[in-house]
Design a binder for this molecule. Structure first.
Ligand SMILES: [Zn+2]
Length: 72
């Protein structure tokens, strides 16, 4: 049985090599995420969808500037 390729976890995302990027709506900066680093931090079974990652992500530039840093 063959399932369609899904990249719903970080482990699958890393294997697929598609990468992951988010846009900060506050400073309009596009940040490319290091999937390998996220797998190390969160584990390969962690969800790779934005709503799974929003809890652990923030915009470094906005945090440094004291702005809302989770407006991704
Ligand atoms: Zn920002």
């Amino acid at each position: 049985m063959k399932f369609p390729l899904t990249e719903d976890t970080l482990g699958k995302k890393l294997k697929a090599g598609t990468g992951l990027s988010v846009d900060c709506l506050t400073c309009k900066r596009k940040a490319t995420l290091d999937v390998a680093e996220l797998v190390k931090r969160l584990g390969p079974d962690h969800g790779a969808m934005l709503w799974s990652l929003i809890k652990v992500l923030f915009c470094q530039e906005c945090r440094d500037a004291g702005r809302d840093d989770r407006n991704l």
